[in-house]
Design a protein around this ligand. Structure first.
Ligand SMILES: *[C@@H]1O[C@H](CO)[C@@H](O)[C@H](O)[C@H]1NC(C)=O
Ligand SMILES: *[C@@H]1O[C@H](CO)[C@@H](O)[C@H](O)[C@H]1NC(C)=O
Ligand SMILES: *[C@@H]1O[C@H](CO)[C@@H](O)[C@H](O)[C@H]1NC(C)=O
Ligand SMILES: *[C@@H]1O[C@H](CO)[C@@H](O)[C@H](O)[C@H]1NC(C)=O
Length: 455
């Protein structure tokens, strides 16, 4: 908490300096300098923690005390100044979470029997979820379709993708209406991930399919109902293999078993599935690629390996579908330790690193750790998603979902606005809009800072 506050206070200080003395910045530290200082502080603290933990080898007695203390912690409700809501109602560990793209709903699924639908307007107003009972079939994942009105979930026992529609009832309540189940295309392998995939061309729907990933990393593409197979291919292999479908639904990547990131393009012609084309691999890494994530606008892919750190590939630099290889736009070392998963906020400003039950928020512009939220759950984090407007970050684990204000994103946005204001070509209208946004962001940052201080 202390580190968080130092980071925040410093960011806010620098930020206020800027707003106060717009332009006359010569004697105040630049944001970069402040952030570098903060990163150094963070490093020193890490060293300190390492020292103190290695100095105190727990004896039998202190171990007992430690266990007692952690038991007490189990019963204490998690608290954090940025926590806005805790979604409760699941009876077993929450496996997955999904925001609808219009921001109106959150869907969550658990390992026992429930898929819950939460209208975001009603969050924090008591009984605010609508339950679909899966008849004791664990729901491994849940994902909204781009229309925000339909969603798909994986039912583990049936090894199938179940399709639902959000139906509005008289009286304003909602229902998750089960439409149908897809075929189990690979009965010998467990279904791991599924998505309702829609491709757009200049804003018009150009193609759609259902994406299935099985435990041996075979990807099956089918029609939207999940009755008819369009294509299947092995996208990765080995126990560390992973596959991803891009948010634009045009690309599939497979990685984890080598230094190579393999790619495929799913091609449609006149609204009908045409083919799946193997693309040139992304070959910049020097050891097995352990993580990768698409930017939410599908403009880039960020990837991580032990030997090469983070690398960002830019899809705007080349037409990957037409046999060009995307350029490596950026590379930076991983200074933050081993990670379980990574994701990028929809505004492309924040890189979130999930490490067991904690999340680190890195500014993508400066590559500096802005905030860490620690020990969110007793168990590991199962799923993390930013809201489509990047204002919130929702984290699933244990038996609930915790929703936090994305303060790192707010700070990053303020920095972004500042650098835009510095641009001499910035016209008056745009400048005034930016300043208004800065002012309102500053107000929010101040309020959140107060909450952090009092928590
Ligand atoms: C709470 O939600 C459940 C599920 O939708 C519903 O059956 C129940 O009547 C609601 N209770 C109240 C007090 O609104
Ligand atoms: C994946 O599992 C299915 C079902 O057992 C099998 O037919 C297929 O060959 C496997 N694919 C790979 C790449 O191992
Ligand atoms: C890289 O992946 C391959 C295939 O899964 C595996 O055999 C190998 O041990 C991995 N190498 C490292 C350094 O983890
Ligand atoms: C002002 O700048 C913004 C952002 O660069 C641009 O979108 C807008 O068209 C400009 N307006 C005028 C009047 O030049």
């Amino acid at each position: 908490m202390i580190v968080e506050l130092i980071v925040l206070l410093a960011s806010i200080f620098v930020f206020l300096q800027f707003v106060k003395g717009r332009g006359g910045e010569s004697n105040s530290p630049t944001l970069e300098e402040a952030e570098q200082k903060l990163a150094k502080k963070e490093l020193e603290k890490e060293k300190l923690v390492k020292k103190s933990t290695s100095a105190q080898k727990p004896t039998g007695k202190s171990l007992k005390k430690l266990n007692q203390a952690s038991k007490k912690l189990d019963h204490k409700e998690f608290e954090h100044g940025l926590l806005t809501n805790t979604l409760k109602g699941h009876t077993k560990c929450v496996n997955d979470i999904s925001f609808s793209e219009n921001g109106k709903f959150i869907a969550t699924s658990d390992g026992e029997r429930s898929i819950l639908l939460w209208p975001t307007k009603e969050l924090g107003k008591g009984n605010t979820s609508y339950r679909y009972n899966t008849a004791h079939d664990p729901a491994l994942s849940v994902k909204f379709a781009p229309d925000g009105k339909s969603l798909c979930a994986i039912l583990q026992k049936e090894n199938t993708v179940a399709l639902f529609q959000v139906a509005k009832q008289d009286g304003g309540s909602y229902e998750l209406k089960h439409i149908s189940n897809a075929v189990d295309f690979l009965p010998g392998a467990a279904l791991k991930r599924a998505k309702i995939a829609v491709q757009f061309q200049s804003g018009v729907q150009a193609g759609s399919f259902l994406y299935h990933e099985y435990s041996n990393h075979t990807v099956v593409l089918s029609d939207l109902r999940g009755n008819q197979e369009l294509h299947r291919f092995p996208a990765a292999s080995g126990s560390n293999g992973k596959t991803l479908l891009s948010p634009c639904s045009k690309f599939v990547v497979g990685f984890g078993d080598s230094a190579e990131i393999r790619g495929w393009a799913v091609l449609f012609k006149s609204g009908s599935y045409a083919s799946t084309k193997k693309l040139h691999s992304l070959c910049g890494h020097k050891s097995n690629v352990s993580q990768a994530a698409f930017f939410p606008d599908s403009s880039k892919l960020i990837s991580l390996s032990d030997a090469s750190g983070f690398k960002i590939y830019d899809f705007n630099s080349a037409d990957w579908q037409r046999d060009d290889t995307p350029r490596e736009a950026e590379a930076f070392p991983n200074q933050w330790g081993a990670v379980d998963s990574i994701l990028i906020s929809p505004d492309n400003l924040i890189l979130a690193l999930v490490q067991h039950s904690s999340i680190k928020f890195i500014s993508l512009r400066t590559k500096v750790l802005v905030l860490e939220i620690k020990d969110i759950f007793n168990g590991a984090i199962k799923s993390v998603e930013f809201s489509p407007d990047s204002e919130l970050v929702a984290v699933a684990g244990d038996r609930c979902v915790r929703i936090f204000k994305n303060l790192p994103g707010l700070i990053a946005r303020a920095h972004e606005a500042k650098s835009k204001l510095m641009n001499p070509n910035c016209n008056e209208t745009y400048r005034n809009r930016l300043l208004a946004e800065l002012k309102s962001d500053q107000k929010q940052i101040n309020e959140l800072q107060k909450q952090l201080l009092s928590s």
